[in-house]
Design a protein around this ligand. Structure first.
Ligand SMILES: NC(=O)C1=CN([C@@H]2O[C@H](COP(=O)(O)OP(=O)(O)OC[C@H]3O[C@@H](n4cnc5c(N)ncnc54)[C@H](OP(=O)(O)O)[C@@H]3O)[C@@H](O)[C@H]2O)C=CC1
Ligand SMILES: Cc1cn([C@H]2C[C@H](O)[C@@H](COP(=O)(O)OP(=O)(O)O[C@H]3O[C@@H](C)C(=O)[C@@H](O)[C@H]3O)O2)c(=O)[nH]c1=O
Length: 310
């Protein structure tokens, strides 16, 4: 039986992976997070340990206790606006703590699966004109060199580097705009936000010039499970297959859920006046994951069609 340790198990992605893995008899799953178990109903299927990964002594106890074969790190300070104004805190969680986890993974011979982001890219290699906007152009591959435009992206890139230089067995899993149904107490996502606003008859402004490859949270979990079974080293883009603007995401939500289109107001990044810079384009190619892992994510409309059963 493989002993799996999921860090950040109260988070949106971490909880999905925790729930999915704990139903499999071949895994003995431990979830760990900073705060108490967000949904303790499923106790018995997994163990839960409260730990602060910024504290080296806590990590040591955790590894000693769990003796993990695989560590899946879904913890992070994951709000770009917060990281932009809290550099020290962001570096501590997204880089220093990750580096410590990597050292312990090496000591305990654990495979380290570490989640990262499309925000390591700046989008500047793409020329934006009418034609390319229609067909978002080439996608970033795992070989492309990061050049983050915000501090969150910088810390995630540095975290990736620590994992790659320390671990003998590792996978870096880059995801983007992770969506699905969040639990109360978890942060939401743009798909859920649009749905809630439109259902309530409220207007929403959405950027029409930021292109992403949105990722269903269940597909992240599927990709991670494939990486447990297929212990290859390196970076993997585990995201959706469709590259679309945030406005296109909003329109698909309205279309497939039968909601009012006219409440959606597309705006440019300039008009949105976001405090944190974001890459205009960060679409990632899943060719590597498709070929090496057999990864086959769902399209947004497929997830929306099944939304009530998620
Ligand atoms: N959501 C998205 O759209 C995207 C996410 N990513 C990346 O994917 C990963 C998962 O993101 P997401 O699901 O949004 O994460 P969340 O923000 O939902 O969850 C992160 C979790 O990390 C835990 N955590 C934070 N600090 C500590 C700490 N010091 N010690 C222990 N646990 C801690 C928190 O625990 P608690 O709740 O107990 O405080 C929280 O539940 C991250 O690496 C993120 O950078 C990348 C691209 C897009
Ligand atoms: C809240 C909101 C967001 N947006 C846009 C901004 C942005 O491009 C997109 C998503 O906004 P969010 O604030 O949810 O997330 P944002 O901080 O842009 O998204 C990121 O999260 C971190 C963790 C990552 O690593 C990234 O990959 C990415 O998914 O939607 C709107 O257009 N209208 C809105 O009302």
């Amino acid at each position: 039986m493989k002993k799996i340790l999921i860090i950040g198990a109260n988070g949106f992605t971490g909880r999905q992976i925790l729930n999915d893995l704990s139903v499999h008899a071949q895994y003995k799953v431990t979830g760990c997070s900073l705060h108490p178990d967000i949904s303790p109903n499923d106790v018995g299927k997994y163990r839960f340990i409260e730990t602060d990964i910024r504290n080296e002594a806590d990590i040591k106890c955790l590894f000693e206790e769990v003796q993990p074969d695989v560590v899946i790190n879904c913890s992070a300070l994951s709000v770009p606006d917060y990281c932009e104004t809290h550099h020290e805190e962001a570096y501590l969680t997204n880089v220093t703590a990750v580096s410590q986890l990597a050292v312990f993974c090496e000591e305990y011979k654990s495979r380290f699966i570490h989640l990262s982001t499309d925000f390591v890219f700046d989008g500047k290699m793409f020329v934006f004109d009418e034609k390319i906007n229609e067909d978002a152009g080439p996608l970033y591959t795992e070989e492309d060199i990061p050049a983050p435009v915000n501090y969150y992206g910088y810390t995630k890139w540095k975290g990736e580097e620590k994992v790659a230089e320390t671990c003998s067995s590792y996978a870096i899993v880059r995801v983007a705009i992770v969506y699905g149904r969040a639990l109360p107490g978890q942060h939401g996502n743009i798909v859920q936000l649009v749905m809630n606003r439109l259902k309530a008859g409220q207007e929403i402004r959405v950027v029409s010039d930021q292109w992403r490859t949105p990722t269903y949270v269940g597909d992240v979990s599927d990709g991670v499970q494939r990486l447990i079974a297929h212990p290859t080293n390196g970076i993997f883009h585990i995201c959706g297959v469709e590259c679309m603007s945030i406005a296109e995401i909003a329109y698909q939500v309205a279309d497939y859920m039968g909601l009012d289109h006219s409440l959606i107001h597309p705006v440019t990044t300039e008009e949105m006046n976001e405090t944190t810079p974001r890459p205009r384009f960060s679409g990632m190619s899943i060719d590597k994951a498709r070929t090496m892992l057999g990864y086959k994510p769902q399209k947004l409309k497929e997830v929306l069609a099944n939304w009530e059963h998620l």
